[in-house]
Structure formats: C-alpha cells, structure tokens
Design a protein around this ligand. Structure first.
Ligand SMILES: [Zn+2]
Ligand SMILES: [Zn+2]
Length: 402
C-alpha cells in the first residue's frame, strides 16, 4: 500500500510499504478514508524528535473496518470508526481509571502509546491506505449513520477536539468563567470551541497569525495579537486587572516570540501572570523529556525556568499531559451527531495522500490559510480542496457572534 514515510528532517515521502495485516486475534484492520496532519507531527518533521527513519506517520485517523480478528466481537467489517491517537489496552491500572493516554501495556517501559509517533511504541500511523488497530473492540469508536456525511467533523475525535476539551478540563473550567488560551493552532481553536460549548463567559485566545485569529473571532472568541504588545497586559485589562479564571497552554515546547526566536518558558510564565489567584492551568501543548537540538541549555534537558514563586503565591493549580481520548470521544461524538459541535470548521485543505509531502511544507511554515489539512488516502482528487475562510461551513455559534 501507499504511505507517508519519515525519511529525515524535513523529508517525508510517499512510498510503497507492506500492507498491514491482522497480527493478533484482537486486531482490526481499517481502510483509512480521512487522516490529518497534526501540529505534533511537525516536531518530528523538523527533526526535533528521535523518530526512526521509515516510520509511517499519522495519528488522527478515521475509516471503515475491512477485517477483524477472531477474538473481536463488537466491531464488524463495514463499521465506520474513528481511532483515538492513543493506543491502549483497556485493562491496565491506568486504562481502568480512564487514563488511556498513559496505558502501561502497549509501549512497555513507558506510559502511553500512539500511532506513528516518536517514542510512542512500534506502531505505524494512518497517513496510509490501511491501518492495523490493536485491541479493536476497545480502541474503535463506532460512528453513527451520518459517519460519511459528517466525516470531517468526526475525524476531529481522533485527537484535537478531545485534546482541546481536555485542556479546559485540566484547567478546571466551569460554566460562566473566563478562560485564556495561548495558541490559536488547531488545538487552541478546539479548546476555544470546547469552552464555548461548556458555557464560558469569556474566551480569550492569544496568537499572532491574523488568519487564525480571524477564525477564533468567528466563534465569538476575543482574539489577542501578541505581536502588537503585551498579551498579559491586555488580558489583565479585559478581566478588571485580575486575570482570567482559567488558562490553557496549546503551544508546546517550541514556543517562540513573534520574531521567531524560541523562548521555551514563554507561554508557561505568561499563563501564571494571566490567570487569576486560585485559578487553574491546563497544559496540552507537547513538552518533551529532552530537546538536544534546542539552543536553550535548560530546554536541552527538558527543563524550564518556571515562575514557581508566583505560581505558588497565587495558589494556582495545573494539570498536564496528553489527552485520554477515550475519556471524552463518545460524548463529543454525540455532540457532533446532534449538531451541538462542528469542529470541521477549522479545516483549510482536503488533499490526496500524494499531496501530503507538499502539505507538510506549507503547514510547517505556517503559511497563511494552512490551518488544518485532511488527507483522503483513497481519493486521487478530493472534492473540496481548499476551504477559503469565507467559504467555510458556518459554525453554530458563528452566526450568533457576527
Ligand atoms: Zn495530533
Ligand atoms: Zn492500558
């Protein structure tokens, strides 16, 4: 089959690889009809991880089941399913508590496994024609009869919609509270979407890309452009000098100033300043154990100069870590099914698999308009190729906001 393979820094290629097959009786084989390029893939693309050459990338996958192993009982060939990016067993100490992002079985010696990702186990990704799903009964989220019609919404359940939701959960957001989100990439936008659904009174989002900030405004978020001045001051001004009730980190370890210089502790310390005393911070942007290629000495060892004094003084709390997708995806699926959520509004491009290497280039350079790319591996020329901002499907809250 055809797949997108990592060859080296800024070098990904479409090549032929062996077809995946049922290896264990609990496996399921899925024909991938939609798979996305994630901001987290760019850490690998840029050579800032130790991902091995030859790995098939892609952890945001949806498709139709083509074959099931002998021990699979719930899932059948023909089912439309969305796969959490976490691969989990369902029976370990962490999975039992819903912490499937930290499964102890699937990546021995580590907590957590994923498709096509550095350090997350030997699993190939879904930027390919087919994907092997271990423990299919546990890992497949079945989709309702509008699966094809709302495919672009449902594929968001693999990662970024639950991850954005998770950021607001870790921060402890309650209805009526204000929240500030650093990072207006796909995850930040999904955190804003989640905060709106959860009834936040004020959703503030910080970034410096005008096209992304415009998307955030579309759903009624307040956009702060940090290339124009201090984001923290603006947030304090908007919240009577107090700070927002909750804050989310949706940027990660490669955060940088508007001029492009990486400053690894920038968003974390800004959050401590921008969140009110006794508030909460949720961190879902990727941070790594070590980053040998960073120019920052501390960051090379995975450390940050963090304002722990102010953090303590303000009595803040913080939750961190990758999303346990299975804790939310069933419920977020229902919100999509009933029309209460439509995360596909952030998609900018629908492309074929052959176009993926080029798409990585555009997305990596944060080119204007390249917000979120979906690949359709079984289409040579997908229907809606470029979703210009104006042509994007309306968001339920968008009409309200404008
Ligand atoms: Zn992702
Ligand atoms: Zn487990």
């Amino acid at each position: 089959m055809k797949a997108l393979v990592y060859k080296g820094p800024r070098d990904v290629q479409i090549t032929g690889v062996p077809d995946p097959k049922i290896e264990k009786p609990t496996d399921v084989l899925v024909k991938i009809t939609s798979t996305k390029i994630c901001g987290a893939d760019l850490h690998m693309y840029e050579g800032r991880t130790d991902v091995e050459e030859g790995k098939v990338l892609g952890h945001e996958n949806l498709g139709q089941v083509v074959e099931v192993g002998k021990a699979v009982t719930r899932i059948q060939a023909g089912d439309w399913v969305c796969l959490p990016f976490n691969i989990s067993c369902g029976f370990c100490k962490n999975c039992e508590r819903g912490l499937t992002g930290f499964c102890l079985t699937m990546n021995p010696g580590n907590a957590g496994a994923a498709y096509g990702y550095a350090g997350m186990g030997p699993y190939d990704g879904g930027q390919a024609e087919f994907l092997r799903v271990p423990y299919g009964d546990f890992n497949c989220l079945k989709l309702p009869d509008d699966a094809e019609e709302k495919e672009n919404d449902y594929v968001m359940l693999s990662d970024i919609f639950p991850t954005g939701w998770h950021a607001t959960e870790l921060a402890g957001l309650r209805p009526g509270e204000s929240i500030v989100i650093f990072g207006c990439g796909p995850v930040g936008l999904m955190a804003a979407h989640s905060a709106m659904i959860k009834g936040a009174s004020k959703v503030i989002i910080v970034d410096r890309h005008p096209d992304r900030l415009a998307l955030a405004r579309k759903i009624g978020a307040i956009a702060v452009d940090d290339s124009k001045g201090s984001a923290v001051e603006e947030i304090l001004d908007m919240t009577g000098g107090e700070g927002a009730d909750r804050g989310c980190e949706c940027v990660g370890y490669q955060c940088h100033d508007p001029a492009g210089h990486e400053i690894p502790n920038m968003t974390m310390n800004a959050l401590v300043e921008a969140v009110r005393p006794t508030g909460g911070i949720g961190v879902v942007g990727v941070f790594v154990e070590e980053d040998p290629k960073s120019k920052d000495k501390l960051a090379q060892e995975g450390k940050l100069a963090f304002g722990f004094g102010p953090f303590f003084e303000k009595g803040l709390h913080m939750g961190t870590g990758q999303c346990n997708v299975k804790a939310y995806n069933r419920y977020l699926r229902n919100l999509i099914h009933t029309g209460r959520a439509n995360p596909a509004w952030i998609i900018s491009h629908e492309l074929s698999l052959d176009e993926a290497p080029d798409a990585y280039k555009h997305f990596d350079s944060r080119e204007k308009g390249w917000t979120k790319v979906i690949l359709h591996p079984h289409q040579s020329r997908p229907r809606n190729r470029s979703h210009s901002a104006g042509a994007r499907k309306g968001h339920p809250e968008a009409a309200h906001a404008e």
